[in-house]
Design a protein around this ligand. Structure first.
Ligand code: HH2
Length: 269
């Protein structure tokens, strides 16, 4: 899943694709590099980011989605927590809504998703982007995130969203300290018990910067290591800025995973 942020303030690509034509060109470039899904966002969720009005979000995201829908065959996801933005984006050709609030921000979101038959990404976040990194606390981050995602799936189901349209995301960096992100990555395979595809957003995040002690524009190697580990532990969708590089990382990690030891042994017979 290739990221395109039509924003001025995203933590990595803020300002680069703020104009619709720049965002469309970037999205086409990512598809050319091997992106299987595009994720278009118009509101930064980095810690402390300023909320964007519905009107501004619509003005930024809809022209991009509408243009891309005519030009690409890969599914278009829209990163939004607002039901009206979701509805207009789906009408313009998006087929996935990536809701980092997991249907908690806007009580009409579930209805929009259920009615449209769109896919929905439900992500875990402790707090809100304004508060989430102040004092994240967990007794057991893996158990608590699993419990949260399970509950949000049930809420979605209760609102008429088909379970087969749900993708889950533990929300790396969203109300998590370094140790919490490490636990989630290490134990990612435990989310398989929820029986839904797993999306992870690791790309260039602050916790990678803490480990390698590098600025956001120098975190691609750290991201590559995290992406390879995530594939090994069962992630299905890797949300990344650097599609060309990470497509190779995913291919190598997935090759080992998809042809496991017993299957490889047959080749020796
Ligand atoms: N991370 C970001 C934004 N949206 N959505 C999901 N499902 N999972 C994530 O981990 C995730 C996400 C933050 O990354 P980015 O879009 O690059 O930055 P910003 O929020 O500053 O625009």
């Amino acid at each position: 899943m290739g990221i395109v942020n039509v924003t001025a303030d995203s933590f990595y690509d803020g300002g680069r694709y703020a104009k619709p034509e720049q965002a469309v060109a970037r999205a086409l470039e990512l598809v050319g590099q091997g992106a299987d899904i595009l994720d278009i966002g118009a509101e930064s969720t980095r810690p402390g980011a300023r909320p964007v009005s519905e009107q501004d979000e619509l003005l930024r995201v809809i022209p991009v989605v509408a243009d891309l829908a005519r030009r690409v065959t890969v599914p278009i996801s829209v990163d939004t927590t607002k039901s009206r933005v979701a509805q207009v984006a789906l009408d313009a050709g998006a087929s996935i809504i990536n809701d980092v609030s997991a249907l908690r921000h806007d009580r009409n979101m579930a209805t929009v998703i259920a009615r449209s038959g769109a896919a929905i990404v439900l992500m875990h976040m402790q707090g809100t982007p304004q508060t989430m990194q102040k004092a994240p606390t967990y007794e057991n981050v893996v158990t608590e995130v699993t419990h949260f995602l399970d509950k949000r799936m049930q809420v979605a189901g209760g609102e008429g969203i088909a379970q087969t349209n749900i993708v889950l995301d533990p929300g790396f960096g969203f109300g998590k300290l370094l140790v919490h992100n490490l636990d989630l990555l290490d134990q990612l395979s435990s989310f398989a018990m929820l029986n839904r595809p797993l999306l992870v957003g690791l790309s260039r995040k602050a916790f990678i910067g803490q480990i390698v002690d590098r600025s956001v524009d120098q975190r691609e190697w750290g991201t590559a290591a995290a992406v390879a580990l995530a594939v090994d532990r069962g992630a299905h969708i890797l949300r990344v800025h650097d599609v060309a590089m990470m497509a190779d990382v995913v291919k190598v990690a997935a090759a080992v995973k998809s042809l496991p030891l017993p299957a490889r042994q047959e080749h020796y017979a």
